[in-house]
Design a protein around this ligand. Sequence first.
Ligand code: F6R
Length: 262
Amino acid sequence: MAEVIVVGSRSAAGALVAEAIERLVQQRPDAVLGLATGDTPLPVYRALAERVRAGLDLSRVRGFALDEYVGLPVTHPESYHAVIARQVTGPLGLEPAAVHVPDGRPLGIETAGERYEDAILAAGGVDLQLLGIGTDGHIGFNEPGSSFASLTRVKTLTRQTREDNARFFDDVEQVPVHSITQGLGTILRARRLVLLAFGRGKARAVAAAVEGPLTASVPASAIQLHPRATVVVDEEAAAELAELEYYRDAFAQKPIWDPIIL
Ligand code: F6R
């Protein structure tokens, strides 16, 4: 099962995960990070940016974003190309050419998934994959029903996801209908998974992902198949976990030879 770590705040989550990433980069300066967008990973990126300002060198780190909207020009401020450049590549001092985002341009979209998979394989795979979770249980844009074996491909967004993401656009009708996303099979190939979730609105999805049955109806339940998955949640997002006391206890009793995340 996933290790669940309950933290007091989003910034505490950011600090914890940033520290693990720093340790990874010390071991492997050209580590490959799997990058999520949305609000959830921001505390991690902020904490990493602080470490970079304090001297951490991430210039050799490579990155692969989880997903991109189909048909949204890369110049649109909410395209994930633009978001990753603004929130990750720039502040962390990554080399832009080493940071990849799926190609959501309609021309050539039929082969874009395969090209992305090839690029991930050529990079040697993802060392640490950051994940958020949708209120409908999606990871990446793998909406309910996605195959656990799926690879990068085009997915139609659910109405709920489009409504959740309408805050980044003028209104829900502006949210693209299609995305290109790493599949659940792609995500499961990463060597480590770190799923973050904050706020009461994520509590049901988190409980279903961590403790519910393995089911394509809750795509995030796929993390139960991964041998090294860590879930970092605040109290609100942890609220519906049945085994919460056990997770707290396990973390409090964590042996010193078992590092946090890495
Ligand atoms: C983003 C992504 C999505 C988000 C999820 C949660 O790259 O793949 O799965 O992680 O929709 O979004 P936020 O973090 O905005 O609540």
